[in-house]
Design a binder for this molecule. Structure first.
Ligand code: KE4
Length: 427
């Protein structure tokens, strides 16, 4: 008997490419039929067959409070009954702009958009407009959304310019993007030595969540701050995933690095379509209608999305919120590592605040190449065993995972116990 998930997936593929509205959801990396979810409550989601799972994806990061938090739902309902959108300024946008600039001291001004992709695309255009330069540096394994300049893979040589990593991206646009190795300060220094005067910006995930989780070395972060300042390039911290996820101060506060521009998404909208980019006033004043860098959006600053964001940002400021979230995420990682060790399984895990990485390897990777060396097939088997047991992890060995404030210690213990039972079968 085909499951409801299978029926829906078959039907979905008739009119939606791959049956999904975002590729990673299709389970192509792990195999099998994707889950179609119909309900979420706190740390749990229910699929179309009525099966419940403890959710460690949380919609890829936004749901730091868990699913359907009553105060967030109430805020959305209150806003929605007054109208869904006006295409005109609203008081709520002023409120969230004030709050974001208070919570992120490096931001003196902020512009709201509807996704992380829009945030990074706009920040890059702004950096190019502000500096009058074209070259963008990104790092292999980092993902910043799907705007053309970011869908670029490393060039043939170390310091050569990039080639498209997607069809439809013009080669002569990709040529303006240089893709370097994450956590390699020397290579970054060499790039600036050779091309410094042409570099508009460096964009970086200050904790990587898109090649599994990779933690930056202090030397790497310091190098990018010093080199961009020295050569008149802008440092863009893409905090779409790390923003309000790793700490209330985001990654920039956690690491003590002040970027020139920051981008946000996910948590900032509490599960509704909201992104933002911001930074120093003298840079942001280049944005239309004040300045020559055009940027716009029909639903930018949407009042219903902003209401969800404001409710979320209020709740995460509660005393002890990040201490508790970090402790639970750490307990998950330590519990999984201890269970794997007990059964002689090569496994490592680490967390930064409320995001974590799981690796079938002897130790946590620190570079893209080390991530590629992890046992992807072992992860895929783990993924499906845990899914069958009712624990939903990211359907890819190259994604980070997320814990929410709604996960209880008992939920974490139940997931560790399920993993222990699975690891025992590997002996
Ligand atoms: P969105 O356009 O998906 O809102 O944000 C793009 C983006 C930008 N920057 C970072 C650091 C991101 O992680 C993302 C999006 N993250 C992925 C998860 N790997 C979203 C999931 C998906 O693509 O479906």
């Amino acid at each position: 008997m085909t499951s409801r998930n299978q029926q829906l997936f078959e039907r979905a593929q008739r009119h939606i490419p791959g049956g999904v509205n975002s590729p990673v959801r299709a389970f192509r990396s792990v195999g099998g039929t994707p889950c179609f979810f119909q309900k979420g409550i706190g740390p749990k989601v229910q699929d179309a067959d009525g099966k419940w799972y403890l959710d460690y994806v949380g919609s890829w990061g936004p749901l730091i409070l868990g699913h359907a938090h009553p105060e967030v739902i109430a805020a959305v309902q209150t806003a929605a009954v007054d109208g869904l959108t006006f295409g005109a300024p609203t008081a709520r946008e002023v409120d969230i702009a004030d709050l974001l600039c208070e919570l992120v001291p490096s931001m003196e001004m902020v512009r709201l958009v509807s996704s992380g992709t829009e945030a990074t695309m706009s920040a890059i255009r702004l950096a190019r407009g502000y500096t009058g330069r074209d070259v963008l540096i990104k790092f292999e394994g980092c993902y910043h959304g799907h705007s053309d300049s970011l869908l670029v893979k490393a060039g043939s040589g170390a310091l050569t310019f990039g080639n498209p990593s997607s069809s439809g991206v013009p080669a002569d646009l990709a040529q303006h993007t240089m893709v370097l190795a994450y956590n390699d300060p020397q290579q970054l220094a060499d790039a600036f030595a050779e091309h410094g005067a042409k570099i508009a910006a460096v964009i970086v995930e200050p904790v990587v969540g898109n090649m599994n989780l990779i933690v930056p070395t202090p030397e790497f972060l310091r190098a990018m701050r010093e080199l961009t300042a020295k050569h008149g390039a802008l440092l863009i911290f893409d905090e779409v995933m790390t923003g309000f996820r790793v700490d209330l101060k985001s990654a920039q506060g956690l690491f003590g690095i002040t970027p020139d521009l920051s981008t946000f998404g996910k948590v900032v909208g509490g599960g509704m379509p909201l992104g933002a980019f911001g930074g120093k006033r003298e840079i942001m004043e280049k944005i239309a209608p004040l300045g020559p860098v055009y940027q716009a959006g029909t639903l930018s600053g949407n009042p219903v999305a902003v209401a969800a964001g404001l409710a979320t940002l209020a709740l995460i400021q509660q005393p002890g919120f990040y201490e508790a979230l970090t402790a639970k995420t750490k307990a998950l990682c330590e519990g999984l590592v201890a269970a794997a060790k007990k059964h002689g399984v090569a496994f490592a895990a680490q967390n930064v605040g409320g995001m974590f990485g799981l690796y079938f390897a002897e130790k946590c990777p620190a570079t893209y190449d080390e991530v590629l060396a992890c046992d992807k097939e072992a992860f895929n088997q783990f993924f499906h065993a845990m899914l069958d047991a009712g624990h939903y992890f990211a359907p890819s060995a190259f994604e980070a995972g997320f814990v929410s404030a709604a996960h209880t210690d008992a939920d974490i213990a139940a997931t560790v116990a399920a993993a222990d039972a699975y690891f025992a079968t590997l002996k």
